[in-house]
Design a protein around this ligand. Structure first.
Ligand SMILES: Cc1ncc(COP(=O)(O)O)c(C=O)c1O
Length: 360
């Protein structure tokens, strides 16, 4: 089966073997050794020297941790949203009492750094900016480096959802001065769901010292204290740690530039196929089309659920439909993590055959 939704993603055999291991004591020596091996490897992928905590949760838990650890109820935040996950980030902030100003774009658009610049001029009281790097629902990647530049000109805290980009698309946490960066294990990391990785800058720690939003499970201070002893405050998803240790070795052996180039190459193949079929990307400007997920507009005569079930039942390829209001109007091919060129050739060959069978 080719599982090609934008997460969970397939795991290599070496990873599956590792996660099938017998349990160990999460307060024992072996777990400490694993944490102490994993953390620096993760920091290499984040391109950061900042603190980095590993939380047993999904990406959304990681986003919630970013908010509750740096903000207080009543704080003003700017949400830059280009889709469903951007809206979710804003919803979490609202839930915890932040005053959210939204810079919202139509599906398929990328955010414009100058709009962020202007929004911060108009709203000088904003404490933090929240942005999605790669919007999985629309297959669109924001120009994060330029957005970060605009945010830093106003000296604001920057919280980044890099759930479906980090480790597959270049994210330079330190060079771009990103304060809190969140990603999730089931995306580009070649391991199952269950872990979120969160990097925390000096500036974010300062904000944390004053932040009054309620938090318990996701408290960065507790995570940092336990990390100093190679542990987590609560019982972690130990099996995913086993797999991650192996997956990170594979990734670092391949090398980050090679991983990014592989994702770029495979995504280009997907986009070329879309155009060759006379279909349209959801991304309005191909320059911002994602290298981890390709979102395609369904023509009026296409039955998206039929496309997906034909692909699954007849060709053993699983792709995703549209989310929320995009349901039935969009289909999405995930191409992140454990994927190579011949996988993409196989997927597209199956799509060639399934397309004519997916008419309304
Ligand atoms: C960009 C983005 N943000 C957040 C999430 C939420 O992550 P999770 O489903 O792991 O909670 C996802 C998952 O699809 C995502 O793609």
């Amino acid at each position: 089966m080719q599982l090609r939704i934008p997460g969970p993603t397939p795991c290599p055999d070496e990873v599956l073997k590792a996660i099938g291991r017998q349990m160990i004591n999460h307060r024992g020596k072996e777990f400490v050794e694993i944490t102490n091996r994993i953390t620096p490897k993760l920091k290499q992928c984040f391109q950061t020297k900042n603190d980095l905590v590993i939380l047993s949760t999904s990406g959304t838990g990681g986003l919630e941790s970013a908010i509750v650890n740096t903000l207080s109820p009543g704080d003003k935040v700017l949400s830059v949203s280009i889709g469903i996950f951007g809206d979710r980030f804003a919803d979490i902030a609202k839930t915890y009492g932040a005053e959210v100003t939204s810079l919202k774009y139509e599906w398929g658009q990328a955010a414009k750094p100058d709009d962020v610049r202007k929004a911060l001029k108009v709203n000088p009281g904003v404490k933090a900016v929240m942005v999605t790097h790669n919007e999985t629902s629309t297959g669109t990647t924001n120009p994060l480096q330029e957005i970060a530049k605009a945010v830093k000109e106003s000296d604001k805290l920057l919280l980044v959802d890099a759930v479906s980009s980090l480790s597959s698309i270049n994210v330079e946490t330190d060079a771009w001065d990103l304060d809190v960066v969140v990603t999730g294990s089931q995306k580009g990391w070649m391991v199952p769901p269950g872990l979120a990785f969160v990097s925390i800058s000096e500036r974010a720690w300062k904000a944390h010292a004053e932040a009054k939003m309620p938090r318990y499970y996701f408290d960065f201070s507790k995570a940092k204290k336990f990390l100093a002893d190679g542990q987590t405050p609560w019982t972690p998803t130990v099996s995913v740690f086993f797999g991650l240790d192996v997956a990170l070795d594979m990734m670092l052996k391949e090398g980050l530039p090679n991983i990014f180039a592989r994702h770029e190459r495979i995504a280009a193949k997907a986009r070329a196929w879309v155009k060759s079929k006379g279909l349209q990307l959801l991304s309005a400007d191909e320059k911002f089309a994602s290298n981890t997920v390709t979102a395609v507009k369904a023509p009026d005569d296409m039955d998206v659920p039929k496309l997906n079930s034909t692909l699954r039942d007849e060709y053993k390829v699983v792709i995703a439909g549209g989310q929320g209001g995009m349901k039935g109007k969009v289909f999405r091919i995930g191409h992140l993590g454990f994927i190579n060129d011949s996988d993409m050739d196989e997927i597209l060959a199956a799509m060639d055959k399934a397309l004519p069978k997916a008419k309304k």
